[in-house]
Structures are given as structure tokens and as C-alpha cells.
Design a protein. Structure first.
Ligand code: UT7
Length: 339
């Protein structure tokens, strides 16, 4: 029998500190109205100084394990998508493994905001190849640690958080297909210049704040995000023999409400099917899709049997789209049944 993969559990974690747009007005030339109009963001969560990316990851993982009715010992692989890991090495996945108290292979994926899409494809491939049965896939970021709070064009965009899924072997295809893409020619339109072999840490690199996010042309990033996400969705739908009307829920990378709205227009999908959950979360990079997924599932917006389309875009440039037949019963439906 053909091996398939499905999402058997989902969870998320947002640090409690909620930072409103007005907070930035104290040190950069910006205002709440500009940020709301251009991005749809009203507030974002920032982690306290003693919290690590792996802490948020573990919290989201425990919630995902609980929703799957599983114990950490049942995991046979941990994959963390992040570009703001606890340490440059080892991988954040091993810190997560240590905190969960388990022993299984563990590694990170660096595909920036598309990390969750790349991770879902990798997890599906491991499972369908018979190399794993149960994979914990987490997107986790503490972006506030790599923001330049002198740069109004980037510091207002990002937030901290983690979202986790349990990807399991299944008889029927939950994960129906995916498309991935990358364009290294545009690597420097969204990047962190220092901290790697190209520019190791030095007094100069710190003084130049080159250990922070740089996005010299936000407008170009915006355009490429819309083009690549819409095109990845179209290609995937064509490849899978679906039309846009077959999709019940669209979860785009939660970068900016205007980007998501432009993707919806370009795809010609009913806007009520799109999850836009950026207002109090901000752009959490690799964590954005699993956080939006978890919050929508817990709110009862995603139901068993729904065809869910994820699409992502981020630094690299990288992008992706994934089609999932949702197989996890809605907690809202379950609560309604037992009441
Ligand atoms: O995961 C992917 C990560 N990246 C993104 O999602 C970013 C994609 N890009 C965007 O979302 C948008 O380009 C931004 C929200 C970053 C900017 O919006 P925009 O409508 O493209 O504005 P713009 O870059 O064309 O800038 C318009 C003006 C500029 O001023 P001047 O040159 O016209 O005087 C900017 O300096 O807005 C200014 N500006 C700001 N003003 C107030 C830029 N950031 C701010 C700010 N507050 N925070």
C-alpha cells in the first residue's frame, strides 16, 4: 500500500508581552495609522529576554502533541524551521529535543519565512520514503532579537512566536502535494549581512548593526511576494487537478494584510476563505503559517475534510505552496458534541 502523510496535531505559542504600534513611536519616525494602513498590523508579541526560540518551540510542540493524543517519546524526528535559532549551531531542533527529553534525529531548516513549507515537503518525503512515521515539525522565531530598532522600514513588521505540527504516516493522503521555489539572485533584498563566514562578527559589524534584518527595497519584496505566492498556488492546483474553487481555506504567509489581499485577488479566490491573522501577531517568519493554522483550527474555521492551501514567501528568495486535506477533527465541533 502507498505510504502517505497527514497532519495529526497542531499547536502554537505566542509570548505574553503584546507590543502595540504606538510603542515604536517613541524611537522611530512612525505612527500607528501608517503601520495599520500599510501592513494590517496592530500589535505583535515580543519574548522576554530570558526566553529562547526553543522555549516557544517546545510550548507549541506540547500543544501539538496533546492535540494528536501523543507523547514526546513517540516522535522519531524533530525538524525546526527557523532563522533566529537559540545558537548558530547546534540546531535549535536539538535544544528542543533536549527540552522534550527524547532521543531522535533533529535538524533545522533555513528557508526564512518559507521554512514551514520546506519543512512540510521534507517531512512528507521522509514519511513516504519509509524513513520516519512521526515527525514534529515546528516553525519558531524570536525575530525581536535580530531587529534594528533604528530602521522603521523593518522593525515594525515582525513578531515572535512558534507553531508546531505533528506529521504522521497515514493510509490516505493528507499532504496532497507541494511546490517549492528559490531565487538566490535576489538574496540581498532581504537578509542579515553579518555573523556568517562572509562577514564574521567584529566591532565594525556590530557598530554597523549588520547583525540585523536588512530589507533595502521593501516594495520589491512586496511585489515578488505577491507574484511568487500566487504563481506557486496556481502551479500546485494545476498539478494536483484542483481548481481554486475546490480550496476551502487559504493560509498565506502572514507578512502583511495588503500582500495577502493581493494574492487573494490574483488567485481569484473568495476572500472569506483566506485566513488573515496578522493584526495581533505580526510577521513571525517561519512560524507564521503554523500559528495561523493552529489559531484558525482552534477557532473552528478549519474543519475535517477541508482542502487547505498554504503558501509562503521569504528571504532567499524562497517560496512554496502546499495542499492539505485536513484530517484533524475540529475542537469546536468536539466541544459542541459533548455539550
Ligand atoms: O516575510 C517577508 C518579509 N517582508 C515583507 O513582508 C515586507 C514586504 N514589503 C512591505 O510590506 C512594504 O513594502 C512595507 C510595509 C515595508 C512598506 O510599505 P510601502 O507601501 O511599500 O511603502 P514604501 O516602502 O514605498 O515607503 C513609502 C514611505 C517612504 O517614505 P518616502 O520615501 O516616501 O518619504 C518610507 O520611508 O513610507 C516610509 N516608511 C514609513 N513611514 C512611517 C517606511 N516605513 C515606515 C514606517 N512608518 N514604519
Amino acid at each position: 500500500m502507498t505510504r502517505h502523510a497527514t497532519i495529526a496535531g497542531v499547536g502554537s505559542s505566542l509570548p505574553p508581552r503584546l507590543v502595540p504600534n504606538t510603542w515604536f513611536e517613541g524611537f522611530v519616525d512612525t505612527n500607528d495609522e501608517w503601520i495599520r494602513e500599510r501592513t494590517g498590523i496592530v500589535a505583535r508579541h515580543f519574548a522576554e529576554d530570558d526566553v529562547q526560540t526553543s522555549d516557544l518551540a517546545v510550548e507549541s510542540a506540547r500543544a501539538a502533541l496533546e492535540s494528536a493524543g501523543m507523547a514526546p517519546e513517540q516522535l522519531d524526528m524533530i525538524v525546526v524551521a527557523t532563522i533566529t535559532g537559540d545558537t548558530v549551531f547546534p540546531a535549535t531542533a536539538v535544544w528542543v529535543q533536549k527540552k522534550l527529553g527524547v532521543s531522535c534525529p533533529a535538524f533545522d531548516i533555513n528557508a526564512a519565512c518559507s521554512g514551514f513549507s520546506y519543512g512540510l515537503s521534507a517531512a512528507t518525503a521522509f514519511i513516504t520514503a519509509g524513513m520516519a512515521d512521526t515527525i514534529l515539525l515546528i516553525g519558531a522565531e524570536i525575530f525581536s532579537r535580530i531587529l534594528d530598532f533604528n530602521d522603521r522600514g523593518t522593525c515594525i513588521l515582525f513578531g515572535d512566536g512558534a507553531g508546531a505540527t505533528i506529521v504522521r504516516a497515514s493510509d490516505a493522503a493528507g499532504l496532497e502535494g507541494s511546490i517549492l521555489g528559490a531565487d538566490g539572485n535576489a538574496a540581498e533584498i532581504l537578509w542579515m549581512p553579518a555573523g556568517g563566514t562572509r562577514t564574521p562578527a567584529s566591532a565594525e559589524s556590530v557598530a554597523a548593526r549588520d547583525h540585523s534584518v536588512r530589507m533595502p527595497n521593501g516594495r520589491e519584496v512586496f511585489k515578488r511576494a505577491v507574484t511568487e505566492m500566487a504563481s506557486a498556488c496556481r502551479q500546485l492546483l494545476d498539478k494536483s487537478g484542483h481548481t481554486v474553487d475546490d480550496v476551502d481555506v487559504l493560509i498565506p504567509h502572514q507578512a502583511n494584510a495588503r500582500i495577502m489581499s493581493a494574492v487573494v485577488d490574483r488567485l481569484g479566490i473568495d476572500p472569506v476563505k483566506a485566513i488573515v491573522d496578522v493584526a495581533e501577531v505580526g510577521n513571525t517568519s517561519a512560524a507564521s503559517i503554523p500559528i495561523a493554522l493552529d489559531r484558525a483550527w482552534r477557532a473552528g474555521t478549519i474543519r475535517e475534510g477541508d482542502l487547505v492551501l498554504f503558501t509562503s514567501f521569504g528571504a532567499g528568495l524562497t517560496w512554496g505552496a502546499t495542499l492539505v486535506r485536513w484530517t484533524l477533527a475540529s475542537p469546536v465541533a468536539a466541544a459542541g458534541t459533548s455539550a
